[in-house]
Design a protein around this ligand. Structure first.
Ligand code: ASP
Ligand code: MG
Length: 408
């Protein structure tokens, strides 16, 4: 008998009919002899609606009240799911995050799980019930309800799987797996049977939709995560530890996927006096302002003056520019110029770290397609080029071709 944690996303529980369909799938998995813990997201666009509702009452909702409000979305779907299961004759019980033993810090709106005590969940499983846990939420030491950040139900599911030492965490969504590229951009993109945690982390951070923290958690506790469709039974993608055998040999020598982001903006601070500590002066105020900076390039200085360029989310550009202008005047830089119609495209693959030539192949492919590279950044298993937003789709297609990702 295996213990499985199954997570169903908002679209999959979007209305009564879908909830009943999902309940049938859960019933079937249980009938096959498994113990099942289910984590649900809020129905459809419930969370967005709750946020809009709060904003119609006040411009600046109290974070504590906001979290209590948002947690209700998942309570609705979890209770309804428990009822739908009972209707099918399956014993079940729903729980809020607090009842399921999920303890967090008190960073409202973006809380981290600090401890998970699965005792109650276990007791219910031992009593032969399916346990339905409301995703995306936990409770502080002071018994205040918190939420884990948008998309956080994935993290609830993986955390429960880790704490219960489940055989697997299964994430059921409206996409049936992880692809070599976004199929809307590259129609011939191929579904991957398996992918490593680190690769998935790069893909999750740079586009493909899963809560990045859920992948970090899965990697840390080595929880295998299956991403599959909630409406059919096609095989999904298994996110797992690549160090565990055969898979490594098969895929180690290639790029696993191409991913992209639009909505990138760049600020260039020009003629910055070059002296020790100057870059810290530029970035500390941005950190204090809560702006997260992505790619940074500082070019070689001529005459002790240097240009510092960095990218931010387009939504942050106004704020980031205000902060940067102030810094520029404080440190005697010339000025700041911006470009707010950029995007990025990345190739990701563990095989890249031991093999040269991937970067030049990427640059050649982009150049053959007359796509100008604005900036470059790399990790051990990723190479990212910042390009004009209008050329993002073309860049993704060109790279998918160049690395022959449609081939097994
Ligand atoms: N309902 C929350 C959201 O929309 C959490 C989740 O769906 O994972 O962000
Ligand atoms: Mg999600």
């Amino acid at each position: 008998m295996a213990l499985l944690v199954q997570k169903y996303g908002g679209t999959s529980v979007g209305d009564a009919e879908r909830i009943t369909n999902v309940a049938r799938r859960i019933a079937a998995a249980r009938a096959a002899g498994n113990q099942i813990v289910v984590v649900v997201s809020a129905m459809g666009k419930t969370t967005d609606h709750l946020i809009a509702l709060a904003q119609s009452v006040t411009q600046s909702p109290e974070p504590r009240e906001m979290d209590l409000l948002l947690s209700t979305g998942e309570l609705v779907s979890s209770t309804l799911m428990a009822m739908a299961l009972r209707e099918l004759g399956v014993p079940s019980i729903s729980m809020g995050g607090a009842q399921a033993g999920i303890q967090t810090d008190s960073v409202h709106g973006q809380a981290s799980i600090v401890h998970l005590n699965p005792a109650r969940v276990r007791r219910e499983l031992d009593a032969d019930r399916v346990v339905i846990v409301a995703g995306f939420q936990g409770v502080t030491d002071d018994m205040d309800i918190t939420t884990l950040g948008r998309g956080g139900s994935d993290t609830t599911a993986v955390a429960l799987a880790a704490a219960l030492q489940a055989e697997r965490c299964e994430v059921y969504t409206d996409v049936d797996g992880i692809y070599t590229a976004d199929p809307r951009v590259v129609p011939k993109a191929r579904k991957l049977a398996g992918i490593g945690y680190q690769e998935m982390l790069e893909l999750a951070t740079y586009g493909a939709k899963m809560h990045p923290r859920s992948i970090e958690l899965a990697a840390w506790y080595k929880v295998p995560v299956l991403v599959a469709s909630s409406t059919d039974y096609a095989p999904g993608t298994l996110i797992h530890d690549l160090d565990d055998g055969e898979t490594t040999m098969e895929i180690s020598n290639k790029v696993s996927g191409v991913t992209y982001e639009r909505n990138v903006a760049r600020i260039t601070m020009r003629a910055v006096p070059d002296s020790p500590g100057i870059v810290a002066h530029v970035f500390e105020p941005l950190t204090e302002a809560g702006i997260s900076v992505d790619t940074i390039v500082q070019n070689a200085s001529a005459e002790r003056l240097t240009d510092v360029s960095f990218t931010v989310d387009r939504g942050d550009i106004k704020h980031a520019l205000e902060v940067s202008m102030q810094v520029a005047s404080d440190i005697g830089a010339a000025d700041c110029v911006t470009n707010d119609h950029l995007g990025n495209v990345s190739i990701v693959g563990t095989g890249m770290q031991n093999a040269p030539g991937y970067a030049s192949r990427m640059f050649r492919a982009l150049s053959d397609a007359a796509i100008n590279i604005e900036m470059i950044t790399t990790s051990q298993i990723r190479i990212t080029c910042i390009v004009d937003e209008g050329q993002v789709n073309a860049a993704v297609r060109v790279l998918h071709d160049a690395f022959e990702l449609e081939r097994e």
